[in-house]
Design a protein around this ligand. Structure first.
Ligand code: ATP
Ligand code: MG
Length: 409
């Protein structure tokens, strides 16, 4: 059984057709493979498919030449691995095509492989990670499924191609990919053979770059329903190895029940850290500066008083900004510190919030004859504090009067 609309819409999109035509004109055979095929078999809408992997027996240079002859721009993304990227930036749905020559791993070092471009389709399938990722789709809609991926999709089984232990020796990144794919496609219990092999491979995880670990982890946390995969990682000792701070699965579960999709907020719920611990975690996993600041800003103690009156809430909104205030409200709810009606109120306040503009600035201080220097900032802070205490109602004239009083003029 294939979905009603087959082949999927993206196969017939103008760019895909142009690409296939360019390859065909050079006598090059091509089949789609990987996430685009897998997700389409699962009924994912065509417009949501933006990364398309193509496998071909032709060597990379032949692919580059064929596309150049049709004026299709390529980037030699991973030429050593046989990958050429074709880009159609101006397309209605911008898509990235990665065209990879059928390959065989000749030597592996635990992460990277030396490859040979003499594989056939079955050989290419054998070096892919999971059966659900090794389903090939010819442009006419015919499926080739050399390792039984379609049955595994139906059974919601994430199964390694070949012997899991061996595949993890070749590339330990597959360990994290395993749990990430479990989060999206697994049925709950996981594959016992895969899990056992993952447990054994944990000592090799430190060979992965922190950036890689975070990319996989945030990808896992971004899955629609990642809870079970996080539990599997905990049961298998993987969570303790990569994220020892993660001892609040209960809070993550509660946050997920609130339909929070944001992976960083999910991470904040999952870990027990204070601000310094959050910064250290962010540093270790090489989160971006923005991610680090957000995570640290979500660590307890939480600077909101959820029981306070509306005035108190407006003050918190002003100090924290609406986004952080809302995130903290969600964390408070996940913690069980506030009930749903209160959460709804707080989320509504955040949505309705427009930040009031402090009506005076340094020019007004200078106009009183006060020279530049720390005194200017001090006076503004005094008036601003008073303006905040007054629930932001004081206008410019009132603030100027208060400023003159504070300055003793
Ligand atoms: P996603 O939706 O997360 O992008 P994907 O299956 O497309 O899923 P990619 O990382 O884009 O995953 O890789 C494309 C394909 O390349 C995979 O489907 C798989 O067949 C193969 N692949 C990627 N990484 C590995 C790996 N480390 N080992 C073996 N095969 C891999
Ligand atoms: Mg992909």
């Amino acid at each position: 059984m294939t979905p009603a609309r087959w082949p999927p819409g993206w196969v017939r999109a103008a760019e895909t057709r142009a690409l296939l035509a360019a390859l065909a004109a050079a006598g090059i055979e091509a089949r789609f493979v990987g996430g685009a095929v897998r997700d389409s078999l699962l009924g994912r809408p065509s417009r949501a498919i933006d990364d398309i992997d193509i496998a071909t027996p032709a060597p990379p240079q032949a692919v580059i030449d064929a596309l150049a002859a049709a004026d299709i721009r390529t980037v030699p993304t991973g030429l050593a691995h046989g990958t050429v990227t074709a880009i159609f930036a101006a397309a209605r749905v911008p898509r990235r095509f990665e065209i990879t020559t059928l390959r065989r791993d000749v030597a592996t070092d635990g992460r990277h492989a030396v490859v040979a471009f003499d594989a056939d389709w079955a050989g290419d399938a054998a070096r892919r990670d999971f059966t659900i990722n090794a389903i090939y789709l010819a442009p006419d809609g015919t499926l080739f499924d050399p390792v039984g991926g379609r049955d595994d999709i139906k059974a919601r089984r994430v199964r390694f191609v070949g012997d899991p232990a061996q595949r993890l020796v070749e590339d330990v990144l597959r360990l994290l990919r395993y749990y990430r794919f479990e989060a999206r496609f697994g049925s709950g219990a996981g594959d016992p053979a895969a899990r056992a092999a993952c447990r054994d491979a944990i000592p090799r995880l430190p060979t992965l770059s922190p950036e890689r670990v975070w990319r996989e982890l945030s990808g896992l946390l971004a899955a629609p329903a990642p809870l079970r995969a996080v539990e599997l990682m905990r049961e298998d000792g993987v969570l303790a190895a990569i994220l020892p701070e993660a001892d609040r699965i209960d809070r993550l579960a509660a946050l997920l029940a609130l339909r929070v999709a944001d992976p960083l907020l999910r991470l904040a719920a999952l870990v027990s850290v204070d601000g310094a611990g959050a910064a250290a975690l962010a540093e270790r996993l090489r989160l971006s500066r923005a991610e680090r600041d957000r995570l640290a800003g979500l660590a307890p103690p939480w600077p909101v008083d959820p029981a306070g009156d509306e005035r108190t809430q407006r003050r918190a909104l002003y100090r924290l900004g609406a986004g952080r205030y809302r995130d903290l409200a969600l964390l408070l709810a996940a913690e069980g510190a506030i009930e749903r009606p209160r959460l709804r109120r707080m989320v509504a306040w955040a949505a309705e919030w427009t930040e009031p503009v402090f009506p005076i600035d340094g020019h007004d201080v200078a106009a009183l004859g006060i020279p530049e220097g720390p005194e200017v900032g001090r006076l503004l802070a005094v008036v601003r504090r008073w303006w905040e205490d007054g629930d932001f109602t004081a206008g410019r004239d009132d603030c100027l009067a208060r400023l003159r009083a504070a300055a003793g003029r």
